[in-house]
Design a protein around this ligand. Structure first.
Ligand SMILES: Nc1ncnc2c1ncn2[C@@H]1O[C@H](COP(=O)(O)OP(=O)(O)OP(=O)(O)O)[C@@H](O)[C@H]1O
Length: 314
């Protein structure tokens, strides 16, 4: 069956994944409510949303682990009954059926490696490489049952990295990790990105997402509030202007008279986002004879953008 939007133009690489009209209900609960989303090829897409907003359900539908109530999923160009054919190229760290509690980390990983169609023969080398990559070499002989949450997360990540993937999906990968583990995950994501792998990262850590992601998608109550390139969204969502002047008190008066609600912060005059654009601010200050050294727009942080989006929609 052709995908609803038709083919991607020749000059654009096909997205690693796309969903259209994706919906999932559990009884009366609408977990995902008609989501359209592309994961651009090679991007690191941060998926954000409050608890219960549908992130895990969306990821599970993307990976074929949960059947959608309605809508379409395309994964690495495969859809419908053909979707499982994409899965060997997809690595995933999602909560779900875990590892065997009485086997060691290494033996669990060997079992996972044995199910990889692209690994044959000696599984020792790829298993050891994956353990090394996630910093689990020393604990590899210990039973999974005795692993801390962070070690379990690392082993799950190792399983996702057993072979080169075109898409890696990480559902809250830093959950339970110490700062060193968080750094390791960040390094692994950067390595995947350098290798051209598309990464979908679901996280509540906004600073983390801002630091590593090229794109974001924000969910709320099962609906997509916004998605796109992170830098563009932060620029568009930019807020306040900051004025540097020798006479902040006069600047406050001038800007109040112009209809802004300015205030002082760290010696600068802050003009909250509102009707006044930079030329209006400069003109108001010049009109009042206030010397202006600089007016710049402060780039919003993801935390502010996220708060604004989710509060506006609340
Ligand atoms: N198997 C299930 N049976 C019933 N309801 C479910 C099931 N899975 C998810 N839900 C419900 O669907 C909604 C979305 O849940 P989901 O786990 O996808 O959200 P999330 O954004 O991943 O949340 P969190 O950030 O807390 O992990 C919630 O209301 C949840 O209770």
């Amino acid at each position: 069956m052709p995908f609803p939007d038709g083919p991607t133009p020749d000059d654009q690489p096909a997205p690693a994944a796309r969903v259209r009209g994706l919906r999932k209900t559990f009884g009366r609960v609408v977990a995902v409510d008609g989501v359209d989303l592309d994961l651009p090829s090679g991007a690191i897409v941060g998926m954000l949303g409050p608890n219960g907003s549908g992130k895990t359900t969306l990821i599970r539908m993307l990976l074929g682990l949960t059947r959608p109530t309605a809508g379409h999923v395309e994964l690495l160009g495969r859809t419908g009954d053909d979707l499982p054919a994409a899965l060997p190229d997809v690595g995933a760290l999602v909560e779900g059926p875990g590892f065997h509690p009485f086997l060691s980390g290494r033996d669990n990983l060997r079992r996972a490696a044995a199910t990889e169609p692209r690994l044959a023969g000696d599984l020792g080398a790829p298993v050891d490489a994956a353990l090394e990559r996630v910093g689990l070499t020393e604990a590899a002989r210990r039973r999974y049952r005795g692993y801390s949450l962070g070690m379990k997360q690392r082993l799950g990540l190792a399983a996702a990295l057993l072979v080169p993937r075109r898409l890696v999906v990480l559902d809250e990968p830093t959950n339970g990790l110490d700062p060193a583990g968080t750094r390791d995950v960040r390094r692994v994501i950067a390595e995947l990105h350098d290798a051209g792998t598309t990464v979908l990262l679901s996280s509540h850590l906004l600073a983390e997402v801002e630091a590593v992601c090229t794109h974001v998608a924000v969910l709320q109550r099962g609906s997509l509030l916004v998605s796109g390139e992170l830098s563009g969204l932060l620029d568009a969502g930019a807020g306040e202007l900051v004025v540097t002047t020798d006479d902040p008190d006069a600047a406050l008066d001038a800007l109040r008279a112009a209809g802004a609600g300015p205030y002082l912060r760290d010696g600068g005059v802050v003009v909250p986002s509102g009707p006044l654009e930079p030329p209006d601010v400069v003109s108001a200050l010049v009109h009042w004879g206030v010397g202006v050294w600089e007016v710049h727009r402060r780039r919003a942080h993801l935390e502010e953008l996220f708060a604004r989006l989710t509060e506006e929609d609340a």
